[in-house]
Design a protein around this ligand. Sequence first.
Ligand code: ATP
Length: 299
Amino acid sequence: MTDIVVVGSLNVDVVVPLHELPAPGQTVLGAADHRRAGGGKGANQAVAAARLGRRVAMVGAVGIDADGDWLLGLIAAEGVATEAVLRAPRPTGQAIVLVTADGDSTIAVSSGANMWLAAEHLGPLRDLLGSARAVLLQQEVDAAVVAEAVRLAEGLVVLNPAPARPVDPATLARVDVLVPNRGELAALAGAPPTDAGADALAAMARSLGTRGPVVVTLGGDGALVVTTDRQWLIPAERVDAVDATGAGDTFCAALADALLDGAAIDEAARWASRAAAVTVTRPGAMEAAPRRVEVPTSA
Ligand code: ATP
């Protein structure tokens, strides 16, 4: 049986190192060779869960092109089942990532095949979605796909509402664990971007009407776990941060992983925080996700 089905995006990330980011209309020559990496929040979370030892299946779409072949080979080599990744008559999603040595970045995404995927494509995947112990979703695919996957899921439903976008109330009400960052939480609550403290964030989280906990990721400030009557601030691990890209993806995968083991939500968030901290110590996103043995078992 599949432990975790991830429904989401698969992208080729083209990472271009620059001395400075270009202003509009400006051309900047690269500081070093570009590199290609697997990406997309869906694929990143699928690989992170597989590296933690979970049986993972990916639901999504790539193009009928060399990028699609490459990406499927990459995640299959990580142990992710790719039979439910459809081939679309659209190009494989691409993210062009411009980065400076200081860690500033500008990202342009062409969604391509990811936005071709439609709710009706999920019908034939009903058994896969219904039998998975957990379904893990993000928002780099069409909102109707997210809604339909949540409707077909019978196990634990974990939604990482990234990037920020409204979620329909029926979907939110079926989500067992919601994992927004600060900006995504504010957007869902209809509030302006906020640097509010824990109590205000918790009030916002409770106003959303999910049936389970909300875990708000706060970058280097850790994570806030909110249930109807309790809240825990989980401090971030102290690490030498190299590149925080992908920290949220590892966090979501590790949270689902721990919940499948029966961990309480605060314990699951502590495990996720330790796993995400490993990702932060390495460059890249997908390739920075830790294997289970690399995650410290306690703080
Ligand atoms: P992304 O979209 O880049 O994956 P995100 O906004 O979804 O990021 P963050 O809130 O930045 O996610 O990070 C997720 C988790 O990773 C945090 O809750 C924290 O546990 C861990 N983390 C992030 N940055 C650091 C850091 N500098 N040091 C230690 N842990 C970190």
